[in-house]
Design a protein around this ligand. Structure first.
Ligand code: ARG
Length: 480
C-alpha cells in the first residue's frame, strides 16, 4: 500500500460543477482508493497515451497539442517512477491523482484528455492491463516451482515410495511420479491463466460511463494500441463486467490450494515419523526455545496463505452478486483481493521453489517404507487374476494372506510354500515373482502409471511443456 503525502494541494475534483461544497471528511475517507489503486498508474498512463492519440485522430487535439500531451504524460510517468510525483490525501483515486499531475504540467490543455472517457471504462481497462501483465509474472513463478519439482523428480524416477490413499500405505509408487503429480496441477493452473488471458484481452475503453461516446473515437484502434485483441461488444457490459477479476481469483485460489496440498505433504515428509525429506537450512526455521527444531515454515505458510486466496474469490463474487448494471461503487472493492493474490503468489512461489530445489530426499527411507503395510497385496490379487481366478475370489484369498501375516506379525516374504498353500491351493510358489516392490513398479508400464518407464516419458513431456511456457511468461503486455 502506497503512503500518500499529506502536503495538500488544491483538490482536483472531477465533478465540482453541480456541488455546493466539498465532500464530508467521512465520505472522503471512505471513498478514497488511491492508497491501493496507485499501482495502476503505469497502466492508466498507457491508456491515456492511447486515448490522446485517438482524440488527435478524431480532430479533437491538434498535432501540437498531442505532442505536448504525450510529452507531459511521459514526464508524469517518469515522475511517478522516481517518486517525485506522489498521490496526496486529496486524490481520491489513481485517475484523479494522474489528472492532477497532468493539469499541473499542461494547465487547461490537460483538461481535454477526459473527453469521451470516464473513470468507469478507465478503471476496467487499467485493471485488465495490470492483471494481464501480472498473470505472466505469476505464470513465470509457477514455471519456476514446476522446474524445481521436475529436477527433483528426475533424480527419483526409480525411487520406490509407499503411495497412499487415506494417508494409509496403499501401493508402491516411484517418488518421481509422486513429485510429478504436484507438477500436473501447476500445468493446469498455467493453462487456466492463458485461457483467462484470451477472454481478458478485450478493451472496455470507448464505453465511456456506460453508453459509448458521441465523439468519433475508434475503440478498436485504442484496443489494439494497448495490446488488446479488440474492444468490448457492449458498452454497458464493458463497464459492468468483472468476470475477469473473479476468474483470475478462481485461478489464484486454485493455485493456492495446489500449493497448500504440496505444503501439507512437505510438512508430513519432513516430520520425524516420515523422515523422507530434509530441508536445507536456508529454507527451514528453528525454534527460539527448542534448539533441535527444524520447521517447514514455508510449507506451512503455503498451506496458510491458501485461506486468503480463497477468501479473495469469495469476497469478489459476493460483492458482485446483487449489482444492477452498470457500474456501481461497490466495484471499487474488486482491487485489493487481486492485488493481494498477485502479491501473495509472487512472495510464496519463489520460497517454495527454493525449498523444493534444495531439499534432500532420503531415498533409502522411502524405499524401506515402500512395502510396509502390505502394499504388494494388489500384486498377489492381480497375479491370481492372470491365473484366471475371478478378481472377487483373488481379493478374498489375498485378504486371508494378509490376515495370516498380521496374526504372526510378519511380512509376505516370511511365509513358507506351505503357508501359501495353506491359505489357498491357488497360491503356488511362483507368486513370489510379483512380491517385490521392483517387480510391482516394473509391471506398471501403461501410459500415466507409476513404473520407471512411463515416469521417464512423463518427465520428458512435462519438461517439454514447461519449455513451451517460457515465451508466454516473458511477454510484457503494456506497450510504451
Ligand atoms: N475508484 C473507482 C473504482 O475503483 C474508479 C471508478 C469511479 N467511478 C465512479 N463513477 N465513481 O471503481
Amino acid at each position: 500500500m502506497v503512503s500518500v503525502t499529506d502536503q495538500s494541494v488544491s483538490r482536483t475534483s472531477l465533478w465540482g460543477g453541480r456541488f455546493a461544497g466539498g465532500p464530508a471528511e467521512a465520505l472522503a475517507r471512505l471513498s478514497v482508493s488511491v492508497q491501493f489503486d496507485w499501482r495502476l498508474a503505469p497502466y492508466d498512463l498507457a491508456g491515456s497515451r492511447a486515448h490522446a492519440r485517438v482524440l488527435a485522430h478524431a480532430g479533437l487535439l491538434d498535432a501540437e497539442e498531442l505532442g505536448r500531451m504525450l510529452a507531459a504524460l511521459d514526464d508524469l510517468e517518469a515522475a511517478c517512477a522516481s517518486g517525485s510525483f506522489r498521490p496526496t490525501v486529496d486524490d481520491e483515486d489513481v485517475h484523479t491523482a494522474l489528472e492532477r499531475g497532468l493539469l499541473e504540467r499542461l494547465g487547461t490543455l490537460g483538461g481535454k484528455l477526459r473527453a469521451g472517457r470516464s473513470r468507469n471504462d478507465q478503471v476496467a481497462t487499467d485493471l485488465r492491463l495490470y492483471l494481464r501483465d501480472h498473470a505472466r509474472g505469476v505464470a513465470a513463478r509457477l514455471v519456476e516451482l514446476a522446474d524445481a519439482l521436475v529436477s527433483q523428480a528426475a533424480q527419483h524416477v526409480e525411487t520406490p515410495a509407499p503411495g497412499m490413499t487415506h494417508v494409509q500405505h496403499a501401493q508402491p509408487v516411484t517418488f518421481g511420479h509422486w513429485l510429478l503429480a504436484h507438477v500436473q496441477p501447476l500445468l493446469r493452473d498455467l493453462d487456466r491463466l492463458r485461457d483467462w488471458d484470451k477472454r481478458t484481452a478485450i478493451s472496455p475503453l470507448g464505453a465511456g460511463a456506460l453508453a459509448g461516446s458521441s465523439l468519433p473515437l475508434d475503440p478498436v484502434v485504442v484496443a489494439k494500441e494497448l495490446g488488446f485483441t479488440t474492444s468490448a461488444a457492449n458498452s454497458m457490459d464493458a463497464v459492468a463486467d468483472r468476470d475477469f477479476v473473479a476468474e483470475f481469483l478462481f485461478i489464484t485460489a486454485m493455485a493456492g490450494v495446489h500449493l497448500s496440498r504440496l505444503g501439507e505433504e512437505v510438512v508430513l515428509w519432513t516430520s520425524q515419523e516420515f523422515g523422507w525429506v530434509e530441508l536445507d537450512d536456508a529454507f527451514a526455521t528453528g525454534s527460539s526455545i527448542m534448539p533441535q527444531k527444524k520447521n517447514a515454515d514455508i510449507a506451512e505458510l503455503a498451506r496458510g496463505k491458501s485461506g486468503r486466496l480463497v477468501g479473495g474469490l469469495v469476497a469478489v463474487l459476493t460483492m458482485l452478486k446483487g449489482l444492477p448494471l452498470t457500474y456501481d461503487r461497490d466495484m471499487q472493492e474488486d482491487k485489493e483481493p487481486v492485488f493481494d493474490a498477485v502479491d501473495t503468489l509472487e512472495l510464496l512461489l519463489p520460497a517454495l521453489a527454493g525449498m523444493i530445489s534444495t531439499m534432500t530426499v532420503r531415498a533409502d527411507r522411502l524405499a524401506a517404507a515402500a512395502p510396509v503395510g502390505f502394499t504388494l497385496a494388489t500384486e498377489v490379487a492381480d497375479w491370481l487374476v492372470r491365473q484366471n481366478v475371478p478378481f472377487r475370489e483373488a481379493h478374498e484369498v489375498t485378504g486371508k494372506l494378509v490376515s495370516l501375516c498380521e496374526s504372526r506379525g510378519c511380512g509376505f516374504d516370511d511365509l513358507s510354500d506351505d503357508d501359501l498353500r495353506g491359505v489357498s491351493p491357488l497360491l503356488t510358489p511362483e507368486v513370489r515373482q510379483v512380491l517385490t516392490v521392483e517387480s510391482a513398479l516394473a509391471s506398471r508400464t501403461t501410459p500415466g502409471s507409476t513404473g520407471p518407464g512411463p515416469v521417464a516419458d512423463q518427465l520428458a513431456s512435462v519438461q517439454d511443456k514447461l519449455e513451451g511456457w517460457r515465451e508466454w511468461t516473458a511477454q510484457r503486455v503494456v506497450p510504451r
